[in-house]
Write a protein that binds this ligand. Structure first.
Ligand code: F3S
Length: 753
């Protein structure tokens, strides 16, 4: 599992000179974000300044991480790239496919059995191509990366939208689709639009019930789910230095919920302590030698308004605990206002389940603080009124918190310890009774709370808070309980109050683990066979997508005009569909089944223009494909927000959708569409969305002169004989237009290997 110290030495040896060159090229002091990005340019030392929010830049990431649900497609693509070994250190983490049902051991055994074919595939591909493999039960990708691979000043990509978690240790870590991971593993540069910069100045110090989670819950309320789009959020100030490395990780992790490219903190004493605590003193020693380069220049932090595109101030001493939700992570409520909001909005006040853990909040500090409340509950004879589950983020944390007695305390309180995996966070939750679709409330210390995400029930009101608040509310069994002011009645009928939580950032006895669950790859993998059964329903080798025909696209049908929120969960649902993540044909049967049809307000019901009847979205699209007819999908604002899964782009591509036309895109999804050879277009005039009718036929015009910055036009022929011509924009650069022409980025990169 060893981190690659030679790689880190190589990165650090170039840091001072590259930063100096970048400072000269840009002509001003640099933020930490700029230092890391300019030190990782594909061109080497910077030859010019890049324009934030405008320039597309090629970078050389230091690492790649993949989780099992996305790794399947990433590695199926990598197998087509014609390489013997990955070009940069890479890892696979088996965390998404383990379903939570009864408890850690039984659930893990069942998952190993059920997913054997996928695990065997990932293990053998990893072994063959030099990829580190973290077995099921080893932990959740982001926690494992933070504990083992993240390093200050590094640049990594990961096939999961919460990859930014590693920003807690000073790394620029960005969530991407599998196609990007495939490129980087194949030794190709990785392209990103140079991000804008949002600075968050933290002053003061956390105390009592408030935790690092509340910082990001507050920021999400300020910036909303779109506010960070195209930007990196850099945290600084004396308040930042007071936060533990894992607390910083929590904040960076949930930066994904504001659409940020990533978030990052500078290197400080807390980073050093965490590196040493996780047996990486060698990295801490190296980082100490170039400390001043692992944070922004002092001038930047002294006058942030001059250097960042936007600055937000948060005083940690005044920050209240927050609870966000339901249904969206940016609906932020300070604890003191939450009970009234529950009553006014008619949300179910009875709390059914409290869930702590996940990649967001399962550090030693989180678990120890939540356990301090569980201990009070036990000592004060309070029985938890809600169900309560604990998902440790890694075997290292699980083993250590077990050794230190915390799991025992949770169990005494009535808690159930789940496997070290994503579980309920990604809909892998066999929640009893969820199929009845009753209106109910749950609260989690996870990051996302879109409808149906945890248990598939659209009427589950999911709220997000810190593990401490989740635990307190689970004890009370009541969403309107405010642990800072309210009392509870115990078994003896006495009124008791919970004191504020307490915990330790790092275990006083150090971390400990017996078997972390790591499998090192073979040093020479050429003889290793990777087997994919042609009859498998879970894995399917890929065939290349067809190149562009070289002419305008005519006679396309409208497949669906989606209304309102259309996240990657709506486009390619997770939960039960996770099992098909390595089989493009089979998973395509979930395409857009969660999107709301603007004409009927229903999901998974669209008009089939060939028959005039209504049918399920994938079935209607398969009929168009059968008849050789292309289609388009129309969407609203921030289309494709949420996860980095490229299935949401590959499925429409595979089934014959030619263009996605929306008011605006979420960044990762837009890139994924481009990589798969799709047209990702936006309305020049957003109100043109209203012109589109249910049985339109469509032409896309101007593709023969497709060029950066040059709009295309689309003709919408309505069934009444009228026609609307509209202008559509795109953000394709020269290289991305070549992807479109070749049929996909992979088709093009194969030619370049
Ligand atoms: Fe897993 Fe949920 Fe994190 S799905 S990677 S625990 S966001």
């Amino acid at each position: 599992m060893a981190f690659d110290i030679e790689m880190i030495k190589a990165v650090y040896s170039k840091f001072p000179s590259r930063i100096e060159t970048a400072r000269k090229a840009v002509g001003r002091p640099l933020s930490l974000t700029e230092k890391i990005l300019y030190s990782h340019l594909s061109e080497g030392a910077a030859s010019k300044a890049y324009e934030r929010g405008v320039s597309y830049v090629d970078f050389r990431p230091d690492r790649v991480a993949m989780q099992d649900a996305t790794a399947q497609m990433a590695l199926l693509q990598f197998m087509q790239a014609g390489r013997d070994q990955v070009a940069v250190p890479s890892t696979v983490h088996c965390d998404h496919l383990i379903q939570a049902e009864v408890g850690a051991i039984a659930d893990l055994d069942k998952a190993k059995d059920k997913n054997r074919e996928v695990y065997d595939f990932l293990s053998s591909v990893s072994n063959k191509y030099g990829i580190g493999f973290w077995k099921p039960g080893a932990g959740i990708i982001h926690q494992v990366v933070l504990e083992n691979y993240a390093f200050p000043g590094g640049l990594m990509i990961g096939t999961d939208s919460h990859t930014p978690n590693a920003g807690g240790l000073g790394m620029i870590a960005i969530g991407v689709g599998g196609a990007d991971a495939c490129d980087v593993m194949a030794g190709l540069p990785w392209e990103l639009k140079f991000p804008k910069l949002i600075g968050v100045r933290l002053t003061g110090k956390l105390s009592g019930w408030t935790s690092a989670k509340d910082v990001i819950l507050k920021v999400a309320g300020i910036l909303t789910v779109k506010g960070g789009t195209g930007a990196i959020v850099e945290y600084f100030g004396e308040g930042a230095r007071s936060l533990s490395a894992t607390g910083k990780g929590t904040i960076c992790n949930m930066g994904a919920e504001i659409g940020a490219t990533t978030s990052v903190f500078g290197y400080d004493e807390k980073s050093e302590a965490y590196l040493r605590g996780t047996e990486r003193s060698e990295i801490a020693d190296l980082a100490n030698e170039i400390k001043e380069h692992l944070m922004g220049d002092p001038e930047v932090y002294a006058q942030p308004e001059k250097y960042f595109d936007q600055v937000i101030d948060i005083n940690l001493s005044e920050l209240e605990p927050h609870i966000n939700g339901p249904f969206t992570p940016d609906l932020a409520w300070p604890l003191s206002k939450f009970a009234a909001a529950v009553r006014e909005n008619g949300w179910p006040a009875k709390l059914e389940v409290g869930l702590i853990g996940s990649c967001t909040n399962s550090s030693y500090e989180d678990i120890s603080r939540a356990a301090s409340l569980a201990k009070q509950a036990v000592d004060k004879k309070l029985i938890a009124k809600s169900e309560y589950t604990i998902t440790p983020g890694s075997e290292l944390v699980r083993f250590t918190v077990d050794r230190d007695g915390f799991l025992d305390i949770f169990e005494q309180m009535g808690g159930v310890v789940l496997a070290n995996a994503c579980g309920p966070c990604i809909g892998q939750w066999a929640r009893h009774g969820a199929d009845k679709q009753e209106k109910n409330s749950i609260i989690t210390s996870f990051n996302r709370n879109f409808a149906k995400r945890a248990d598939g029930n659209p009427n589950t009101h999911a709220f997000v808070a810190s593990p401490e608040i989740v635990t307190a509310l689970a004890i009370a069994g009541d969403l309107t309980f405010n642990p800072m002011t309210d009392s509870l009645i115990n078994e003896d009928g006495e009124s008791v109050k919970l004191e504020g939580p307490s915990g330790l950032e790092l275990p006083s006895l150090g971390f400990e683990v017996r078997d972390a669950g790591y499998q090192a790859p073979a040093t020479e993998g050429s003889q290793i066979q990777v087997i994919v059964d042609p009859k498998s329903e879970r894995l399917q080798l890929l065939a290349p997508f067809m190149p562009w025909e070289g002419i305008d696209l005519k006679g396309l049908k409208l497949l669906i005009k989606a209304k309102g929120k259309c996240t990657t969960d709506h486009i390619s649902m997770a939960g039960p569909w996770l099992r098909f993540r390595g089989h493009l044909d089979n998973i395509s049967n979930n395409m857009l089944i969660g999107a709301v049809n603007a004409f009927t307000d229903q999901t998974n019901k669209v008009k089939n223009q060939l028959t005039g009847e209504y049918g399920e979205v994938p079935a209607v699209q398969r009929q168009y494909k059968q008849h050789g007819i292309g289609s388009i999908v129309v969407g609203d604002e921030n289309y494709g927000e949420g996860s980095s899964r490229e299935h949401a782009a590959m499925e429409p591509r595979f089934l014959g959708v030619r263009a996605i036309l929306v008011k605006s895109f979420a960044r990762i999804h837009e890139t994924n569409l481009k990589k798969q050879g799709m047209l990702a277009l936006t309305f020049a005039n957003p109100s043109d969305y209203d012109l589109i009718k249910e049985d339109d036929s469509i032409d896309i015009v101007g593709l023969d002169s497709f060029a950066p910055g040059k709009p295309l036009s689309m003709n919408f022929f309505h069934s009444d004989g009228s026609m609307d011509k509209i202008i559509v924009n795109h953000t394709y650069n020269e290289g991305q237009i070549e992807w479109f022409k070749a049929g996909s980025a992979l088709n093009l990169s194969k030619e370049q290997v």
